[in-house]
Design a protein around this ligand. Structure first.
Ligand SMILES: [Zn+2]
Length: 82
């Protein structure tokens, strides 16, 4: 009787320890090392891109707000023009 992989549905020999897709028939899951490294590497890349995007979008907004607040406070406090 052959083992059918629950992940890719491939029929493997009864004595197979691992499917072609990497599924482990002994522990009934993917090897932790493989899933961990690919997952963490991908999420680290996504986190890095999110950070860069936030910096690119966020810095001009923060800079603009700082200038507006500075001009407003400076004008209001020192020149009383509002
Ligand atoms: Zn498989």
């Amino acid at each position: 009787m052959s083992q059918v992989c629950p992940y890719c549905k491939l029929a493997n020999p009864p004595d197979a320890l691992q499917c072609d897709c990497g599924y482990d028939f002994v522990f009934h899951k993917f090897p932790p090392a493989v899933t961990c490294t690919t997952k963490s590497a991908r999420s680290r890349l996504v986190e890095r891109w999110l950070l860069i995007t936030l910096l690119i979008i966020g810095l001009p907004i923060v800079g603009y707000l700082a200038i507006v607040i500075f001009v407003y406070v400076e004008c209001y406090v020192f020149h009383n023009c509002f």
